[in-house]
Design a protein around this ligand. Sequence first.
Ligand code: BGC
Length: 433
Amino acid sequence: MPKAATVLDELKRAFLLTNKDVLLLSASFHQAMLRGLHGQPSPLKMLPSFLSAPDGSERGLYLALDFGGTNVRVLLVELHGNSQYTILARRQTQLKDVGGRYDYTTSLTSADELFDFIASEVAQIVPSDKDLPLGHTFSFPSRQQDINNALLINWTKELAVSGIEGHNVTKLLAAALMRTGLTRVRPVAIINDTVGTLLTAAYTHQNSCIGSICGTGHNSAYLEPHYRTTDSEMIINMESGNFDKLPLTNYDCMLDAASEKPGHQLLEKAVSGRYLGELLRLILCDLVNKDLISPLLSTPYYLSAEDIAFILTDATPALSNIAKWLVERCHIGNWSIEDRLALKEAAELLVNRSASFVAASYLGVIQHIDPELERNHHIAIDGSLFEKMPGYAQTITRVLHNAHGVKANKITTGLTKDGSGVGAAIAAALALL
Ligand code: BGC
C-alpha cells in the first residue's frame, strides 16, 4: 500500500469521532465543569466574570478595547437601549508587523511597552472632548477580583510578553493611558472575549446561553443559573481550551512538546486556528516520503489555518489549485494527484475533528444547564474558524443534531460578529448601572 494510504487509514481511525465518542467526551467535559465549579482540581478553571446577562435596555457611549493576541481593536460603541447598537468608529492593528518592523508578542517586550502600544491605539479614536468609560476585553485566562480587576493567570496562544503573568491587567492599562495623556478615558470593566460574545448575543437575542470563540484560540463561557453560595446567575469563563480528557494523537503530542507551554491548553491546541496549520504540517511530513518535503514545509508553523481553508476550497477534479499552491507556497513541484488528494483528506479530517471536539464541549454545557432539553438554547460563536473555515459551522450543527435527535431543533448556533468588542461596551454599561 502507498505510504499516504497507510497514514490516512491511521488518521481516520484517530480523527473520526462517532456519536458515541462525542457523547462520552461531552459527559467527561460536564464532569470537569462540576469539579471546577466546586473548587476541585479540574482542567476547567470556571472563572467567575462578576456579570450576568444584560436585558437589552443598557445604553450610552463607550470605548471598547479588544486584545486577543493577534490584533488590538478599539471600537467606539453606542448602545441604544432597545437591543440595538452602533459601532461609530473602529481601528484594528496587528501586534506583530508583517514587515518585521515591530513585534509585541514575545518575551522581549515588557508590560509597559505592550500597554503603551495599546494606549497609543486607543488614542487614535478617542474624541478629545468627552469623558469615556472603557470596557476591556482581554482574551487570556484571568482571575477576576471584581468586574474591573483581573490578574493574568498565564499567557496562551504562544504569547510571552514579560511582566504581565500574575499582574493586574487593568492597573497596567490605566497607567499606560495616563502616560499617553488619555486622562478622560476610564477603564470600568474587564472581560474575556467569550463573555463578550455571550453579552452581545444576550443583548440582541433571547435564550443565549453559551458564548464561544473558534478563532486563533478557543474557549467558551456560559450562563450559570446557580453560582456557588450566591445562588444567582453568573457568566462563567470556563477556559475550556485547557480541557485535556481527549483522545489525542502523536501529532498533538509533538505539537504540544514544542509549544511555549507544554501540557497546557490541549483542547485549544487540537482545535484552534493558531495550531491547525502546524498539525497539518506535522501530518504532511508523515504522509509523503521525505524527498517530497521542501525545506519550507520543514519549518515549524509554516502552514496556517488560511492554508487549510485554501486546500479545502479546491473543487477542481485534478486538485490543480492545490498543485499551484504546492509550487508557489511550499516550493514543491513533484506531488502526484494521490498525494494531493491525501493532503486534502487530511485537512478535512483535522477540521472535522476540531468542530466535533468543540460541539462535544457545547453538549457538556447543555447537559449541565438543561439535561432534559426542555428549553431553547442559542450558542453564540465568534472567530475566523467558525466564520470562514469551509464546513466548520455545518459540522458543529451536524454533531449537535446527531446527539439530540428530534429535540435538536431546540439548539441553535450563530455567528456573533464583533461580539468580543461590543461585549466590552455592554460590560462597561453593566458596571456603571
Ligand atoms: C484564552 C481564552 C480566550 C481564547 C479565545 C484562549 O487561548 O485562554 O481566554 O477566550 O483563547 O480568544
